[in-house]
Design a protein around this ligand. Structure first.
Ligand code: ACO
Length: 448
């Protein structure tokens, strides 16, 4: 089996959003904190009509239709999500409605959960299945779906919502370099959801930032070692054309790429130029603890990495900046942004991906791209995702209306016996929405 990987993709995000510039003013934060400080433009959110189940129904139906995939040709379906609607019944089982209609109930896989990492776990499972002896020749399908919401306070502007579907199989335009992977997992309380009555996480923001960067360092070191073992040459950021990061907010992505640059400097990579080496020299003997705390190092490394950031990272930042943190979908929405922007020139290129889920779990892995053949081609994926149009058709809510919506959603979370408004005017045709929840907590959806 050659070139196992992603054959097709589609993305859905709610048509409702709030502008970060307006939100920071409303929250009484200093001007520029959310837009420049966090690097965010807009944040998407679900109204009462949508949730992680409806979004995944929407995106899976859309992918099957747009690439004309026969639902009975799916042999494995895995969902990554950290939004708990039911502690037992997986989101995957709701999606089975789509396949039952075609007589296909022979589909392996359930949900994977660990913060923003579940999507990556689902993806690796599906790729491993296609590469294994258990593969029956059918497609795998991976769905990442999340609604990221935070209580009022500094974390609130780092929410977002989206669902992504990815079709998995051999001869893919986006294939895994399966030997090039590094994983780092550990026990930490940086972000977790122990209060089952609330959708909001408990979060230690500062700790989560440091954990993210420590996991990044560790995964990068492993990936470099594996590359060197396989190819007999040193790996540096110049050996990949693009780096795509899990994106809670853009500033952390800028810091992450700078951190990789600093790693290359510490590893004496010949590609780090003299000028950059001089600027980073004062930080060469910091302990790793000190290096995570040093604001001067952060600034210096961002400065020397800026030029490469613009080339290797910036093209993947559109959706994460416009939609916000999409948890499990965040990394793949960033990757989708890269395809949207650069699909004409990605043939033969290497993309390194970094997935992080608090708690913590993380993997860095490498993808090799080729143009592929219609309908499984990079240009068709860009066409199907139709990102510019989806972004331009959004409805901007005022911060007041956004906060009002959040209050309604707090009451709806875990509730039973309610009927939603039937005003679906903001949703586009083909979107699934929640109509009501009955006295047995059973949820009912319709397609617009
Ligand atoms: N103009 C420009 N920049 C500003 C301004 C301003 N007026 N005010 C503040 N800033 C900058 C700050 O300097 C800082 O940038 P820096 O880190 O480069 O110095 C940035 O804006 C953020 O300001 P902080 O004071 O650090 O923000 P705060 O601590 O209030 O909240 C945080 C940020 C911790 C990320 C919070 O939003 C949070 O907890 N989010 C959820 C956790 C999270 O996303 N963690 C990431 C990994 S885990 C995951 O994916 C869930």
């Amino acid at each position: 089996r050659k070139n196992v990987g992603i054959l097709a993709m589609d993305i859905y995000f709610p048509p409702t959003c709030v502008r970060q510039e307006e939100l920071e003013a409303y929250d009484g934060a200093s001007k520029g904190k959310y837009t420049i400080g966090l690097g965010q433009d807009c944040m998407a959110f679900c109204t009462e009509l949508e949730d992680v189940i409806s979004m995944s129904l929407t995106v899976v139906t859309s992918l099957l239709e747009k690439y004309q995939i026969d639902p009975s040709s799916i042999g494995r379906l895995e969902v990554g999500s950290e939004t708990v609607i039911d502690k037992s019944k997986s989101i995957k089982t709701w999606l089975m409605q789509i396949f039952e209609e075609y007589g296909n109930s022979d589909i392996e896989g359930v949900d994977s959960t660990n913060a923003c990492y579940g999507g990556t776990a689902a993806l690796l499972n599906c790729v491993n299945w296609v590469e294994s002896n258990s593969w029956d020749g059918r497609y795998g399908l991976v769905v990442c779906t999340d609604s990221a919401v935070y209580a009022e306070g500094p974390a609130r502007p780092t929410g977002g919502a989206a669902a992504i579907a990815m079709l998995i199989g051999p001869n893919a335009p986006i294939s895994f370099e399966s030997k090039l992977r590094g994983t780092h997992m550990a026990h930490v309380y940086d972000f977790y959801k122990p209060n089952l009555a609330s959708e909001y996480p408990v979060v230690d923001g500062k700790l989560s930032q440091t954990c993210y960067l420590m996991a990044l360092d560790s995964c990068y070191r492993l990936l470099c070692n594996k590359y060197e073992g396989l190819k007999g040459e040193q790996f540096s950021i110049f050996d990949a054309d693009y780096f795509v990061f899990h994106s809670p907010y853009n500033k952390l992505v800028q810091k992450s790429f700078a951190r990789l640059y600093y790693n290359d400097f510490l590893r004496n990579c010949s590609c780090v130029e003299k000028d950059a080496r001089e600027k980073l020299a004062p930080y060469s003997s910091l302990s790793s603890e000190e290096s995570y705390r040093s604001r001067d190092l952060e600034k210096a490394s961002q400065q020397v990495a800026k030029h490469s950031y613009d080339k290797k990272v910036q093209p993947s930042t559109l959706l994460p900046k416009q939609v916000g943190n999409m948890y499990t979908a965040s990394l793949y929405a960033a990757f989708a942004s890269l395809i949207h922007d650069k699909h004409k020139t990605l043939d033969g290129q290497r993309v390194v991906m970094f997935s992080y889920g608090s708690g913590l779990t993380s993997t860095m892995f490498s993808l090799k791209l080729n143009e592929g053949q219609h309908p499984f081609s990079l240009s068709n994926i860009a066409d199907v995702m139709n990102m510019s149009e989806k972004l331009s058709k959004r409805h901007v809510f005022s911060p007041e209306k956004f906060v009002e919506n959040m209050k309604i959603m707090e009451h709806r979370y875990g509730a039973k016996d309610f009927v939603n408004s039937d005003n679906t005017s903001l949703l586009s045709a083909g979107t699934f929405y929640l109509t009501h929840v009955d006295s047995m907590y059973r949820r009912y959806y319709l397609k617009k």
